[in-house]
Design a binder for this molecule. Structure first.
Ligand code: LHQ
Length: 261
């Protein structure tokens, strides 16, 4: 499929989606939301894809909603409906994708841009990246999943502080808070992300996908429900070729060759 606002590349089991409106720090207009959602759908359907990287072109990851674009249409559509028809589909697509998603945060992630970054499973940030919950600066509440993801990731008090202060949280503090998994020198971000993505793409994709499902579902389960769900999913993973290969490779004292099935 041809895209206008993203770059989409598949190589060696890794799909890379690059938000590509650098003049506006990759602010989301409707097309960017729709194309990013479609790219995740495409990555899900393509069995060659076993890991997805989401990053931004230029000096930003994403500055959130394109405010100039939305301002022109604010009388035609409510913000709630804009969210329902746009960001919600994107976040659902990312959460439902049973393959690991790495967010390579190359610069500022603000507003809904931060929401989309939070819907990735793992985040690697450039040393000079910053995270801003910009919503309150324009009199809004956090949206695009931020209220669900952020307190779970960094705790309520820090999440609430980020929301009401709308301060720039630098990458080093984001690392300390658990908002990102790693911080790397900016010039090494593409290379380090690619190496991690390749490692994940060589892994037991089915088990990685089921792990994502179990952990995300676990946020809303009792311990009894979580244990039962784990047992159910473990039977699925236990029936996979990758489980047989993993055990055989261990016993034969060689590295496993996972196929993702
Ligand atoms: C932008 C944007 C932008 C348009 C930079 N839009 N042009 C959902 C549904 C519906 C409605 C509302 O909201 C939402 C959810 C949200 O996402 S709300 C939060 C929306 N985002 C913001 O409020 C952030 C606005 N941007 C900023 O505060 C700054 O640009 C940040 C802090 C991200 C970066 O600052 P700088 O590094 O100083 O860059 P800059 O401000 O100079 O931006 C570069 C260009 O990008 C500039 O254009 P220009 O033509 O002057 O070079 C900006 O106007 C443009 N831009 N963000 N969201």
């Amino acid at each position: 499929m041809e895209y206008e606002t993203i770059l989409f590349d598949i190589a060696d089991g890794v799909a890379t989606i690059t938000l590509n409106r650098p003049a506006k720090l990759n602010a989301f207009n409707d097309k960017l939301i729709a194309e990013t959602t479609q790219a995740f759908k495409e990555a899900g359907r393509n069995n060659d894809v076993r890991c997805v990287v989401l990053t931004g072109a230029g000096r930003g990851f994403s500055s959130g909603q394109d405010l100039s674009d939305f301002k022109e249409r604010v009388d035609e559509i409510s913000i709630g409906d804009h969210l329902r028809h746009g960001y919600h589909r994107l976040v659902h697509q990312m959460v439902a994708l049973e393959k690991p998603i790495i967010g390579a945060i190359n610069g500022v992630a603000a507003g809904a841009g931060l929401g989309v970054a939070l819907a990735a499973d793992i985040r690697v940030a450039a040393h000079d990246a910053v995270f801003i919950l910009a919503f309150s600066r324009i009199g809004l509440i956090p949206d695009s999943g931020v209220n669900w993801f952020l307190p779970r990731l960094i705790g309520y008090a820090r999440a609430y502080e980020m929301a009401v202060m709308a301060d720039r949280v630098p990458a080093t503090k984001a690392l300390e808070w658990g908002l990102v998994n790693r911080v790397v020198p900016a010039e090494q971000l593409p290379e380090i992300t690619a190496a991690w993505a390749r490692q994940l793409a060589d892994g037991p994709t089915l088990a990685f996908g089921l792990t994502k499902r179990a952990m995300l579902r676990g946020f809303d389960q009792t311990i009894a429900e979580a244990l039962e769900y784990e047992a159910y999913l473990q039977d699925v993973a236990g029936g996979s070729a990758d489980n047989r290969e993993g055990v055989t490779a261990f016993l034969e004292k060689r590295p496993p060759q996972f196929t993702g099935h």
